[in-house]
Design a protein around this ligand. Structure first.
Ligand SMILES: *Cc1c(COP(=O)(O)O)cnc(C)c1O
Length: 426
């Protein structure tokens, strides 16, 4: 391999890992303890002179490239003008420009408003606050395999115990979990799966108590689970009929990742509220809640906000990122990645019985292994890592390899990464 100069991790990374032990809390893990010095679209350069092929985009964040020129320019220009005022004290135009883009790009052509935060979890927490405020109800419904963050409320919304919740309780109350549509495991069509979820809500929670149903249109950490067609529209229409808000958590699926601006677009679902983060700002911390104007405007002034929410540098980065998505037509790029990757993975699935399912949309693609243990996925990921390819695992059973390449990854880099991934699958 010409891209690698040393074993992975190399000596300098090992040195830094040893130093890290004395400085960084052990509770923070790293998939690949290789320290990065710089990046170029689809490639990470480490401190030992190795080049890693990036099929993870820092968990679906650097969709527009790393660094993306339009993001870097916007950040430089903004940081030279001012770094912070606090929008709640003295506002600035970048914040409202980001909100205007969000209002336009998110599903539905109704009147919308947005509010900006720092992280995905913070956006989800605020979406729930807003839903409770508007409906005067308390119960929040979430799904098996769901992931919504690591703060107290979002831990409660998240399904998986290890590593997210173990010994971190007690968790926020009035959160109810119902079955997700998981076609590979349950064999149900979307309408049947929705009926199962709705029956659980009506029996265990009571329709009149539900403030919101919070769902990832394609589940991320839970295993890149694409619900059967018809599931999302059925759940959304139940919400509408019962006065509950339908909140789409598009933090991982948003911003061209699935070949549309948002994954809800695939089935024409129009959420009442939508949460975004990750891909929104080319790597700078920014998150948002966008939704129906009458819902967001109903909250009392001062009820929403935060010191850093919608920081001007992060807003400038988002404007650069959104411009890049438009100029480079990254929805088409994501669909093209699907066209390249899926046939290759299907071919591998034909020669081996370790693969159970190939699924996903656009540049959010996954292999679920047959065994419901992390063994095979961990081995494949490790072999990729040793050969300089960054792949991530996920799934309730840890048996899924997920691919989230930057949408601007050059074809030959993607092909090289896939060669190594395919070679790593037994
Ligand atoms: C990553 C993620 C979150 C949490 O975002 P943070 O920025 O890590 O707080 C919430 N929901 C989904 C679907 C995610 O993928």
């Amino acid at each position: 391999m010409t891209r690698l100069r040393t074993a992975i991790p190399g000596p300098r990374s090992l040195e830094l890992s040893a130093r890290r032990k004395g400085a960084v809390a052990a509770g923070v893990g790293s998939t690949l303890p290789v320290f990065i010095e710089s990046a170029d679209d689809g490639v990470l350069f480490d401190v030992d002179g190795n080049q890693l092929i990036d099929l993870g985009s820092g968990i679906a964040v650097t969709n527009v490239g790393n660094p993306a020129p339009a993001v870097a320019e916007a950040v430089h220009a903004q940081i030279d003008r001012f770094s912070h005022t606090c929008f709640m004290i003295t506002p600035y135009e970048g914040y409202l420009e980001v909100c205007e883009h969000l209002n336009e790009l998110t599903p539905g052509d109704h009147e919308k408003r947005s509010v900006l935060f720092n992280s995905g979890a913070e956006a989800v927490e605020n979406a729930v606050k807003i839903a409770r405020h508007t409906t005067g109800r308390q119960a929040v419904v979430v799904f098996d395999h769901g992931y919504h963050g690591r703060t107290n409320l979002t831990m409660a919304l998240t399904a998986k115990n290890m590593p997210y919740k173990h010994r971190f309780g007690p968790f926020a109350p009035e959160v109810y979990r119902v079955p997700m549509s998981y076609p590979f495991h349950d064999g149900l069509d979307g309408v049947e799966a929705a009926a199962r979820a709705i029956a659980a809500i009506e029996k265990q929670v009571g329709a009149d108590n539900v403030a919101a149903v919070v769902i990832e249109p394609i589940q991320g950490e839970g295993g890149f689970i694409v619900p059967a067609k018809g599931f999302l529209p059925s759940v959304a229409s139940w919400c509408r009929a019962n006065g509950a808000l339908f909140i789409a958590d598009e933090i991982q699926t948003g911003f061209c990742r699935t070949g549309d601006w948002f994954a809800s677009d695939h089935e024409g679902v129009v959420p009442d509220l939508i949460t975004t983060a990750k891909g929104i700002a080319g790597g700078l911390p920014l998150a948002a809640v966008t939704g129906r104007a009458e819902i967001l405007d109903a909250v009392h002034t001062g009820g929403l906000g935060g010191t850093y929410g919608g920081n001007p540098v992060a807003c400038a980065a988002a404007l650069g990122a959104i411009r890049t998505m438009r100029d480079r037509d990254l929805n088409t790029a994501a669909r093209r990645i699907e066209e390249i990757v899926v046939p290759r993975l299907r071919k591998v699935a034909e020669r081996t019985d370790v693969i159970g399912d190939i699924r996903g949309r656009g540049a959010m693609l996954a292999i679920e292994f047959t065994e419901r243990t992390p063994d095979v996925a961990a081995k494949v990921a490790k072999a990729c890592h040793e050969q300089g390819v960054v792949v991530l695992t996920c799934g309730t059973y840890g048996n899924v390899i997920r691919l989230l390449p930057p949408l601007v990854i050059p074809d030959e880099v993607l092909a090289e990464g896939l060669d190594i991934l395919e070679g790593a699958i037994p």
